[in-house]
Design a protein around this ligand. Structure first.
Ligand SMILES: [Zn+2]
Length: 205
């Protein structure tokens, strides 16, 4: 392998490219490669176990954080704004806990503030904090909603996630293009039909 290729691959390894990977973790990935039918000692696969291990550390970096911390800083001066705040179609990636296959999709997150708001990007940070773990879509949806509910104490929270599951599109029944939709509504969005209709229509549902 040329120096140039080495350098290129380092770049592909992302922010954790220097993270040491224990031997037992690399061995586990070699075992999996062998089980899949390939030879982990062939040239193209030599560096793969360390790369896969670092990639998984990155996919799962949500375990290292409490997503609620992103909601700690709130703004009380809202200029009398008492309407829905919505962050729509946030792209995300997660992994299903049943196959460790990718879940890719978009989430819409809304809340009806009581007396304070958060910086809008923080809602996406909460989503990624829970998405960067082994998940099922139903729990991801519920965890994002509950986190916002607990930390902001708003009048209502609505989370709708639409995602494709690699374990379904790439294997098994092979149904590319099929999306799964989950939702979690709390407070006024659960109890009041016109509020629910308003938030879902803002989201495009
Ligand atoms: Zn799965």
């Amino acid at each position: 392998m040329s120096k140039h290729q080495d350098h290129h691959h380092d770049g592909d390894d992302g922010p954790l490219s220097k993270l040491p990977v224990p031997d037992d973790v690399q061995d586990a990935i070699r075992t999996l490669i062998r089980w899949a039918g390939d030879d982990p000692s062939r040239e193209g696969l030599i560096e793969t176990p360390a790369r896969v291990a670092r990639a998984w550390k990155e996919y799962c970096q949500g375990y290292a954080e409490d997503p609620g911390v992103h909601l700690a800083k709130v703004f009380h001066e809202v200029g009398g704004y008492e309407e829905i705040v919505l962050l729509k179609d946030i792209p995300f990636q997660s992994h299903c806990e049943h196959h460790m296959a990718t879940i890719t999709g978009k989430a819409s997150i809304a809340y009806l503030p009581r007396s304070h708001v958060v910086g809008i990007s923080k809602l996406a940070r909460v989503l990624h904090g829970f998405a960067q773990r082994l998940q099922i879509q139903e729990r991801l949806t519920a965890e994002v909603a509950q986190c916002i509910w607990d930390h902001l104490k708003p009048q209502g929270v609505a989370v709708v996630i639409e995602a494709q599951h690699g374990c379904m599109t790439g294997r098994g029944v092979r149904t590319p293009g099929v999306a799964m939709i989950t939702s979690r509504l709390m407070g006024v969005f659960l109890e009041d039909q016109s509020s629910r209709k308003e938030v879902l229509s803002l989201m495009g549902y």
